[in-house]
Design a binder for this molecule. Structure first.
Ligand SMILES: C[S@@+](CC[C@H](N)C(=O)[O-])C[C@H]1O[C@@H](n2cnc3c(N)ncnc32)[C@H](O)[C@@H]1O
Length: 308
């Protein structure tokens, strides 16, 4: 069994003693911190509010997201009900919006790969929305492969595929993405939300080698990454303009850095430049065909092919 690098609890985390104990530990750390983005009382208030809703508790325990909560965030539409003001802020104002925007751009690129007899894989699949939500009516034969190390995510993906009436076209593997053991079988690998949990460039190159080996010659990898953000405008006013494309107010940015940085210390903020990603993919035997940025999005999409 491989190592789950995004989370360790199941989806539902109770508002019980384990959450209270964890929150007390975080509070102790915050009280000792030399520097916080928001004043201490405001930071502790955010910490208290995080414990009031399920997504907040999951984030507090895991400092990352599983398949269920990733899907919850990407499938949210502005105006949908939320369970608390902080959850409303997370879904509407935080940079998680950038991930949602990337999800929809990814979907459009995957649609171009829906061809007769195609074998399309999502690694890690989570709920597998990226493949399951495609329109397959124009093809008779196709196979979808969902790979995730978390059996709970695989179950979710299976239910999702069944709901869309395509489960008979799916294969599911509970497997570590670093030990895929797939050889020249796939026409497409889509991968979101795994590389950003990994800080070791050698492990990233190994991950991409696994993807490359799993593709047939001519097969395509679609992947996103997190470019390093500019410094906060209050620390580098001369670079404040670089934040314009992120579409966040200074107040939202302070909340963002307080919540995901000071309080949660999330584990997925491993940034990579386009040059670094290109070099890692080249080392894995993949040739980059395009890197697409959007005017508002924070996550570029890379398309790379295995040539031989
Ligand atoms: C942020 S979610 C992304 C899920 C999906 N790609 C999406 O965009 O909705 C991260 C996923 O990575 C999976 N994961 C974590 N470590 C893994 C590993 N070593 N091998 C395969 N999957 C892993 C988790 O179980 C989780 O489903």
């Amino acid at each position: 069994m491989g190592i789950m690098i995004s989370h360790h609890t199941r989806t539902r985390v109770p508002d019980g003693p384990s959450t209270a104990q964890l929150a007390a530990e975080v509070e102790g750390r915050l009280r000792q911190a030399d520097k916080l983005v928001l004043p201490l009382e405001q930071t502790l208030d955010l910490l208290a509010q995080l414990q009031e809703f399920e997504l907040g508790r999951f984030l507090l325990h895991n400092r990352g997201l599983n398949g269920y909560w990733t899907s919850y965030i990407f499938q949210y539409s502005p105006g949908d009900a939320t369970s608390s003001p902080v959850e409303h802020w997370l879904l509407n104002n935080s940079l998680l919006r950038g991930g949602r925007e990337r999800f929809h751009r990814f979907k459009a690129q995957v649609a171009e790969c829906v061809t007769e007899a195609a074998v399309l894989a999502s690694i890690p699949c989570g709920a597998m929305d990226d493949l399951v939500q495609q329109d397959y009516r124009s093809v008779e034969r196709f196979t979808l492969v969902g790979v995730d190390v978390d059996a709970e995510s695989i179950e979710l993906a299976r239910e999702n595929a069944a709901k869309h009436g395509i489960v008979q076209h799916c294969e599911f593997l509970v497997r570590d993405a670093w030990q895929l053991d797939l050889d020249g079988e796939l026409d497409l690998v889509v991968s979101n939300g795994l590389n950003m949990y990994e800080s070791d460039p050698r492990r990233l190159a190994a991950l991409y080698r696994n993807f490359s080996r799993a593709l047939r010659p001519g097969g395509q990898l679609l992947l996103s990454f997190l470019p390093p953000p500019p410094p906060p405008p209050w620390e580098a006013p001369d670079r404040a303009g670089e934040w314009d494309r992120y579409g966040v107010t200074e107040e939202d940015l302070r909340n963002e850095l307080s919540l995901f940085g000071d309080i949660l210390q999330v584990r997925y903020l491993n940034f990579a430049t386009e040059a670094e990603v290109r070099a890692q993919l080249a080392e894995a035997g993949l040739t980059v065909r395009s890197v697409t940025y959007s005017s508002t999005g924070v996550m570029p999409i890379v398309s790379a092919v295995r040539l031989s």
